[in-house]
Structures are given as C-alpha cells and as structure tokens.
Design a protein around this ligand. Structure first.
Ligand code: ZN
Length: 240
C-alpha cells in the first residue's frame, strides 16, 4: 500500500516553487514593453481609420481577406480582358484540358512565390505575392504553360530535364522576362537579355524541385534542353 502523500515532505515544497502560470504576473522586458507600446499606438491609428479595434490576428485576417478579394477581382478581369490569358485558356480547352474556374484559385503562399501548378488541383495564384496586375497576368500565363505542357506533352515533373523544358517555355512565353520587369530587377543587358532571364529563372525553378540535388544539377538540366525548348513556342506563334 502506498504511503499517504502528506507524509512526503517534497509535495508542498515543490508546489511552492512552481512558476506562476498567469502571464500578467511576469513583467514585460524593456523591449517587449516598447514593442507593445508601438503596436498599441499603431492600432489606435488604425482604429481611427477603420473604426474598429483589431488584435494582430484580426488585422492579419483582414489583410488576407483584402488580398483574396483583390486577387479574385483581378483574376476575373484578366480572364475577360488579357489576350495572353484568353489565348492560353482557349488552347487548353482545344487540347482537351479546359481550365475551369475552380482550377484557378487565389490563396495565401509564402512570401517568395507568386503561383504554382499541381496536376491534381490546377493553378494556385498567390494572393499575397503580386506587386502588380501585370505580374499576376504573367504568373497566370506561366502556370497555364505548365498545365498545357502537362496536358499535351505528358511532362514527368520528377525528371529534371522535363521540368527544365517546361520552366524555360513558361518563363519565355509568359512575359516574365519582358524588358520592364528585367530593368526593375537590375539584370538588364543589351544583348541576349531575354534568353539570359529565361535561363536564370528556369534554373531557380528547377533548383526548387525536391528531386534536384543542387544548383549545378539544375543548370545542367536547363542547359541540356535550352535551345530546343526556348524555340518551341507552342501554342504561341512567337513570344507573347
Ligand atoms: Zn514555373
């Protein structure tokens, strides 16, 4: 039979050394106080503008809601008015892989991405990843080229050369590498500017493939197929 716990001297003494569980017992550090004060001031300003008091989580949610609304609105506009987007949608339908509305989703992504294609779910547009409507248009066409390649050429995404070929075509045909975007990135050169941009972007995308072991392997795959894939502009007649 166990001894009654009251006979053990450790019980009461260990209880008395437990740290306090309520947060307000522990004082804030100097830095935390400063941050809290800055946030409170900022929130007051925000509340004056919006008329509501928001916690940081609520504010984040509001931003996400606004991002999604903006993304969905621009998606509608681009589907109606962008010649490149409409052209790709028509060609996907002709190829037997129509892009339906529920395959073109707006959603949050990590900060480095603007879009993605999955052969199971379709195209994801990163609602927090666009710095302009033009950028979103290029991203839509870029992902549609991937979808087209998957549908028409049966790309094996685990094969780095296959992946490289589709990235080269997507970068070249989407407008990702048009002049103004390149100037903004500071990579502008007079000669071969477009090709170098396509090559650089394709390498970065292939490098992100879980099957790719290194930057060198990505470069090797891109170089191996560059000329033939760069010059294959299907379904476009030439670069958009
Ligand atoms: Zn891509």
């Amino acid at each position: 039979m166990a001894e009654p716990s009251s006979t053990s001297p450790s019980v009461t003494s260990s209880e008395s050394t437990l740290p306090p569980t309520t947060a307000d017992v522990q004082p804030m550090s100097e830095r935390e106080l400063k941050e809290q004060k800055a946030f409170n001031n900022w929130r007051k300003t925000l509340s004056r503008i919006t008329g509501v008091g928001l916690t940081p989580e609520e504010f984040k949610e509001e931003v996400a809601k606004a991002d999604r609304k903006q993304c969905e609105l621009q998606r509608e506009q681009l589907v109606k008015t962008s010649p490149g987007v409409r052209f790709m949608m028509n060609n996907l339908a002709k190829a037997g892989c129509p892009l339906t509305k529920n395959m073109l989703e707006c959603g949050p992504c990590d900060a480095t991405k603007s879009g993605g294609f999955s052969n199971h779910h379709g195209i994801l547009l990163c609602q927090n990843g666009f710095f302009s409507k033009k950028h979103m248009e290029h991203t839509m066409i870029h992902e549609m080229v991937h979808m087209y390649d998957h549908c028409v050429f049966g790309v094996d995404w685990h094969n780095l050369r296959h992946h490289a070929c589709s990235e080269i075509r997507a970068a070249a045909l989407s407008g990702d590498c048009n002049w103004t975007r390149e100037v903004r990135r500071g990579f502008y050169t007079f000669t071969k500017q477009h090709q170098e941009c396509v090559r650089r972007r394709a390498v970065l995308s292939v490098e992100a493939n879980p099957k790719c072991p290194s930057r060198a392997a990505a470069e090797k795959a891109v170089n191996a197929v560059f000329d033939s894939c760069y010059n294959d502009t299907r379904p476009f007649d030439e670069f958009y």
